[in-house]
Design a protein around this ligand. Structure first.
Ligand code: P6P
Length: 323
């Protein structure tokens, strides 16, 4: 009757987070309440994305839903959204201890053609009770307590880490609950896929160009890697997490800091990759060690299977030696 037990023992994301919380007896459940409000926002976005409303409204609508859900949770003090130029400072009466950085609808330019898109988020704790300032959110990614994404595709998948590994949950529309479907995700140590926008190749620096060359024309007799590039970070990262390989958005001559944003794209995905046994590198350092100075700062990123990122790191280190 194992199947029945599984069928009746519903491990919802709420229950999973409560289990996690029970490991911290002193916790007041704030994190569980915060996460439930993020999950609520994702369920809303999932419903409107699937209704096929046109793109221009959806990213604004999604942002409003997340900001309102997070403020009303009473557990946040600073919000940074890809959609808002300035950070949102929650008024004192509704203030909590968490800073949430998020992209409410990353890859939204892909909506009209039905490509999977997603919400990406990261959660910091405010250092101590003082008047919150931007410094409370300009923390290195390694200080994040949790990070995750929700992918709106053929199914709605919520991938989360609270610092003790990575778990994937799938929305059961009939229940309106995210159910644990991918327990303890580990990224394969190596991978056969590389994921990059080859259209930028003419502007790449040496190490990136050398690495991609090795993927296409391996010198060690191994078979060439396959190129898979969806152009929607959540979809490309989700595939990388499950199948292995490497996702790269390098710097190039036109964009010396690459394109992806540190706080709500690079950090959450790097956090997940490390929690799943992979790595994330900026070309200069471990991605999670980066200390951002602006809330919409960009960084190059190479993330995925442990061994693949090691190769990139070696090529950049060799370049460093030459300099
Ligand atoms: P490019 C989508 O616009 C996005 O921010 C990420 O989701 C995606 O990985 C990247 O940009 C794609 O950028 O320059 O390859 O189109």
């Amino acid at each position: 009757h194992a199947a029945d037990a599984h069928r009746t023992d519903l491990m919802t994301i709420t229950r999973y987070v409560l289990n996690e919380q029970s490991k911290y007896p002193e916790s007041r459940g704030d994190f569980s309440i915060l996460l439930n409000h993020i999950v609520l926002g994702c369920k809303f976005v999932c419903s409107v994305v699937n209704k096929g409303e046109e793109q221009k409204k959806l990213d604004v609508l999604s942002n409003e839903v997340f900001v309102k859900a997070l403020v009303s949770s009473g557990r946040t003090c600073i919000l940074v959204s890809e959609e808002d130029e300035e950070a949102t400072f929650v008024e004192p009466s509704r203030r909590g201890r968490y800073c949430v950085v998020f992209d409410p609808l990353d890859g939204s330019s892909n909506i009209d053609c039905g490509v999977s898109i997603g919400t990406i988020f990261g959660i910091y704790m405010v250092k101590d009770d003082h008047e919150p300032t931007l410094d409370d959110v300009l923390q290195p990614g390694k200080n994040m307590l949790a990070a995750g994404y929700c992918m709106y595709g053929s199914s709605c998948t919520f991938v989360l880490s609270t610092g003790t590994g990575v778990n994937g949950f799938t929305l059961d529309p009939s229940l309106g609950e995210f159910i644990l479907t991918h327990p303890d995700i580990k990224i394969p140590k190596k991978g056969k896929i590389y994921s990059v926008n080859e259209g930028n190749a003419k502007n790449w620096d040496g190490p990136t160009a050398k690495y991609v060359e090795k993927c296409k024309y391996p010198q060690d007799g191994s078979s060439a890697k396959s190129l898979r590039y969806i152009g929607s970070m959540v979809a490309d990262v989700h595939r990388t997490l499950l199948y292995g390989g490497i996702f790269l958005y390098p710097a190039d001559k036109k964009s010396p800091n690459g394109k992806l944003r540190v706080l709500y794209e690079v950090f959450p995905m790097s956090f997940l990759m490390e929690q799943a046994g992979g790595q994330a590198f900026t070309g200069k350092q471990r991605a999670l060690d980066l200390v951002p100075t602006k809330i919409h700062e960009r960084s190059p990123v190479f993330l995925g299977s442990y061994d693949e990122v090691e190769e990139i790191k070696a090529l950049y280190a060799a370049e460093e030696k030459k300099a």
